[in-house]
Design a protein around this ligand. Structure first.
Ligand code: ARG
Length: 566
């Protein structure tokens, strides 16, 4: 479908040689009232170079102008040049595109199969899977779908924290106080409990710390017993995580956690040595980054063990080799800014020109009604608890308002989970998010349930009408302002996805779909549909149908289901 703004920009460029395409595009405005035109070009800036009053410039430009493709009329009004889109062509082409492309509407092929790696979620085994990981999961998944919709090949990578000293602690705790049954039944919570218990006990029994270090060393040396326990803890946890991911509609192409790079550590250290980047300090090895105003990047402790950063360096090199990515994105909260800046600098110093293609995508923290979130675990909210609570609350609402609803359980899950995801994605990612159950579940506010409800409303109208949507409608009926607003919004869908990609900002899609839902509801309130004469009914139903499809596609990108009934 044509992009009016681009057509117009390129067209204007023929007449205005002094400005670049980017400048012209940046100057184009959308007038507040469509009566004044669909796009306006202000002539103030040209006044200086052309030494003429802006009003005159507008007049002169208009005189010498033929109409660009897709436009019907151009008017000079004061200092503005106003362009009017050919509505017939526009309306018919939007209807046609959405109706034919269906679930593919909005997609583009900008990526042409180039690969983007997205490193997201990445919880730590035996440590809490907390709301920070939820944000990473939800933002990473949306980015995955945004890039995918634009024709990139995506590799979703879960860089699990599945190696480290916490395992020594958990092994000690498990041998003292653990039970096989508990780990099998509820691995995530049980391992976390053991980890917490270890710390409590170690306060009075410091020798436990030595035992834990010892077990971790055994793990690193490949000791059978230590290795088997670690392997078992990991695989039970991953199985359980997969259930949570399923609830969240999230899939990974690779579960390659930190342990995956164990056999690549020596290589990294050797390479750093050969490239003369390593410095020794009190037995430890590090890369000095003083020149770049950063503390040194520690890559090997004095006992020979490697660190989080070493594994990230190894992982990046491995990923470049394996996937030849165009970009590799890392989605974590902003408290890790320094970590990423440091090791990415190391990659750069190693002489890899693709260091510039590594990008940290930081996001803000989650607070609960202004405070840090609290639960029965003390200071962390367990993700599973949040999701269960969300689903329960929706179940309660359904029982009260619509107990006859088909598929109640699935719908409750779709809405509950959708509300959580939507809430997370509704602010620009770098902002801290304050979570409140009341706001997340408000059916009137700018929430997931509101958008889902709008989709279900459109579905219900179409069911009631129970007729084929004709491709041969009287397009003039949709020329009214409220219908045009909806149409123009639908027309802008790809553009919203592209912007979201350019800024790695899923909230642009969230904002987009809220706007579409609001405009649609306004149309629904002002333009009766079902009890109208055939011609009007047909035209409006067509609009309902393409709105429903577009909302569904936008929710898909966010990782949210669109139930037909709710
Ligand atoms: N496991 C880490 C954490 O919980 C996040 C890992 C992010 N990915 C990476 N390649 N460092 O903080």
């Amino acid at each position: 479908m044509m992009d009016y703004k681009i057509v117009l920009t390129e067209y204007l460029k023929h007449y205005i040689k002094d400005l670049s395409l980017g400048e012209i595009e940046g100057m184009l405005e959308v007038p507040p009232d469509r009566e004044m035109g669909d796009y306006a070009f202000p002539c103030f800036r040209l006044a200086k170079t052309l030494r003429k009053a802006p009003n005159m410039i507008a007049e002169d430009l208009k005189k010498g102008m033929e109409l660009p493709e897709g436009f019907q009329r151009v008017e000079a009004k004061g200092p503005y040049l106003n362009f009017f889109i050919d509505k017939k062509q526009l309306i018919l082409s939007i209807l046609n595109s959405v109706t034919h492309q269906k679930d593919a509407y909005g997609k583009r092929n900008l990526g042409q199969g180039k690969t983007v790696c997205i490193d997201f979620s990445a919880p730590n085994i035996a440590k809490p899977f907390h709301v920070g990981h939820l944000r990473s999961t939800v933002i990473g998944n949306a980015l995955y779908r945004i890039y995918e919709a634009l024709g990139y090949n995506c590799e979703g990578i879960n860089h699990l924290g599945d190696w480290g000293t916490q395992f020594g602690k958990v092994i000690v705790a498990y041998r003292n106080w653990g039970s096989e049954k508990a780990v099998k039944e509820n691995p995530i919570e049980t391992l976390l409990d053991l980890y917490v218990k270890f710390h409590e006990e170690a306060e009075d029994h410091p020798e436990l710390e030595d035992q834990a270090r010892n077990w971790f060393t055994r793990m690193e040396q490949g000791d059978r017993e230590a290795y088997n326990l670690w392997k078992w803890f990991s695989s039970e946890t991953i199985q359980e995580l997969k259930k949570i991911y399923k609830t969240l509609n999230v899939k990974f192409d690779h579960y390659t956690g930190e342990s995956f790079y164990n056999d690549k550590m020596d290589g990294v250290i050797k390479e750093l040595q050969e490239k003369n980047l390593l410095k020794e300090s009190k037995g430890a090895h590090l890369v000095d980054l003083e020149e770049f105003n950063m503390p040194p990047c520690l890559v090997m402790k004095k006992d020979g063990s490697t660190l989080y950063a070493t594994r990230d360096i190894a992982a990046a090199i491995y990923r470049k080799k394996t996937f030849d990515f165009e970009k590799c994105l890392y989605v974590t909260d902003y408290s890790q800014n320094l970590h990423f800046a440091q090791w990415m600098k190391v990659i750069d110093l190693m002489g890899y020109e693709w260091a510039k293609d590594l990008e940290h995508i930081p996001f803000g923290r989650v607070t609960h009604e202004g405070k840090k979130i609290q639960t029965r675990k003390g200071n962390v909210v367990l993700l599973q608890d949040v999701l269960d609570e969300a689903i329960n609350r929706v179940q309660g609402i359904i029982e009260e308002k619509n107990p006859e609803l088909e598929n109640k359980e699935k719908v409750a899950r779709d809405i509950g989970v959708g509300a959580i995801i939507f809430n997370d994605l509704s602010h620009s990612r770098i902002k801290d998010v304050s979570f409140s159950w009341e706001t997340a579940f408000n059916f009137e506010g700018e929430t997931g349930p509101y958008v889902q409800y709008t989709h279900a409303r459109a579905a219900s109208i179409l069911r009631k009408a129970n007729m084929e949507i004709s491709s041969n409608i009287n397009w003039q009926i949709l020329e009214e302002k409220t219908s045009m607003d909806v149409l123009m919004r639908i027309h802008g869908f790809s553009q919203a996805i592209i912007q979201a990609k350019d800024k790695n900002e899923p909230s642009i899609v969230t904002r987009y779909v809220v706007n579409l839902a609001q405009e649609f509801n306004k149309f629904y309130n002002e333009c009766p549909i079902l009890n109208q004469e055939e011609e009007i009914k047909e035209a409006r139903l067509a609009l309902v149908s393409i709105t429903k499809q577009t909302i569904k596609n936008a929710l898909y990108i966010l990782g949210i289901e669109a139930p037909e009934k709710m």
